[in-house]
Ligand binder design. Structure first.
Ligand SMILES: Nc1ncnc2c1ncn2[C@@H]1O[C@H](COP(=O)(O)OP(=O)(O)OP(=O)(O)O)[C@@H](O)[C@H]1O
Length: 354
């Protein structure tokens, strides 16, 4: 990246002798929305706190706007932050909460009031200025927390699981709202989450973290469709895994149970006789043969879940069970448990997990 706005360079962090962040590198462009995604304990929050300045790295540097800020305090970095727990001041009104950073910065009263009103408009709560936090829903409190973080016009917004305490419906609507406010203001943003759907739906790019490292950094499309490690493939999305044995490495033939499929060009140096884990997303598999699919396997319907517009079917293929989704068709009956069936897919969609 030519001119990253945020640059995290070879950052490491240990607590005692436990390495929590191991050589983390990332460049984030101006206005970009990047998520840190990973399971609990992988070091996401620690990395965010290092960017914020709440935590000092054991090694490495953080640059914001081209300037080395590694030794600077959080209030010298021009950042806004929102946390998981509603961290509003309970004894201050909404307007006072939003204006808090402006007051600290000595912004004149009239100017602060104008900014507070502007922020209340941006978060679509224009008449809420005189309320107290206890008079707000969880979703409204998080919107106020966002407004409070953005009021002093920070150059970098850091969000640490801001939606995880909210119920599912509010969470989805706030996702869209946060993203639209972020785009409107063009503010560079780092978003920490363990929720893959949240990361996939909101981000320009995702950093999938595993045990203190960035396993893969890419767009949601790349992360989902071309996972570069077994960990990423398993952590992001539902994955069907079929065990296969290479019957002929030269021609790329792989045997699954008694049947064979061709995976030429995907075996990456593996030899005949090697066993492989082959992974397929549910939406890459069709029930029955389908034009354009070059691979077929025989199986037996193990389970049928009617979900309305979509029917999720589980098919036993030898020792493995694969899930696939078909659309409901009002004129044809759903598949029946126990029925023999073929499944088909394109060999191009098979992920070979080494
Ligand atoms: N101040 C600290 N002292 C010692 N260990 C810490 C400290 N802060 C974090 N850790 C440890 O570092 C590891 C990573 O923690 P971190 O909070 O960064 O993970 P996370 O990926 O954000 O997980 P979660 O989603 O659960 O918050 C954990 O094992 C945690 O116990």
């Amino acid at each position: 990246m030519a001119d990253p706005f945020l640059s995290i360079q070879s950052v490491k962090k240990s607590f005692g002798n436990v390495a929590v962040v191991k050589d983390f590198n990332l460049d984030v462009g101006a206005g970009e929305f990047v998520s840190f995604l990973g399971p609990s304990g992988c070091g996401k929050t620690t990395m965010l706190r290092i960017v914020a300045g709440f935590e000092e790295p054991s090694a490495g540097k953080v640059l914001i706007g081209g300037k080395d800020v590694t030794g600077l305090k959080p209030n010298q970095r021009n950042i806004g932050m929102v946390f998981q727990a509603y961290a509003l001041f309970p004894n201050l009104t909404v307007a006072q909460n939003i204006g808090f950073g402006l007051k600290v910065a000595g912004v004149p009263k009239a100017e602060a009031q104008a900014r507070i009103d502007e922020m209340l408009g941006i978060i679509k709560l224009p008449d809420f200025g005189d309320r107290y936090p206890y008079q707000l829903s969880g979703g409204q409190q998080q919107r106020i927390a966002l407004a409070r973080a953005l009021a002093p016009k920070p150059k970098l917004l850091l969000l640490d699981e801001p939606l995880s305490a909210l119920d599912a419906k509010v969470r989805i609507s706030l996702r869209e709202e946060i993203r639209s406010i972020q785009k409107k203001l063009g503010i560079t943003t780092i978003f920490v989450t363990h929720d893959q759907e949240e990361a996939l739906s909101m981000s320009d790019r995702i950093v999938v973290m595993n045990e203190g490292r960035a396993d893969q950094t890419g767009t949601p499309f790349e992360i989902y469709n071309r996972p570069s490690t077994k960990f990423v493939a398993n952590f992001v999305g539902t994955l069907n895994v079929l065990e296969g044995t290479i019957s002929d490495a030269a021609s790329g033939t792989v045997k699954i149970n008694a049947e064979e499929i061709g995976l030429k060009g995907k075996l990456n140096g593996s030899k005949s006789g090697d066993t492989l884990s082959l992974a397929l997303r549910p939406e890459a598999i069709s029930l029955g043969r389908k034009a354009g699919n070059d691979s077929n396997l025989t199986g037996q319907i193990a389970d049928v879940h009617f979900l309305g517009s979509v029917i999720r079917v589980r098919v036993g293929v030898g020792q493995n069970v694969v899930s696939l989704d078909t659309f409901n068709s009002p004129s044809s009956p759903p598949p029946v448990v126990g029925q023999k069936t073929e499944i088909s897919f394109s060999s191009g969609d098979v992920l070979v997990l080494h």
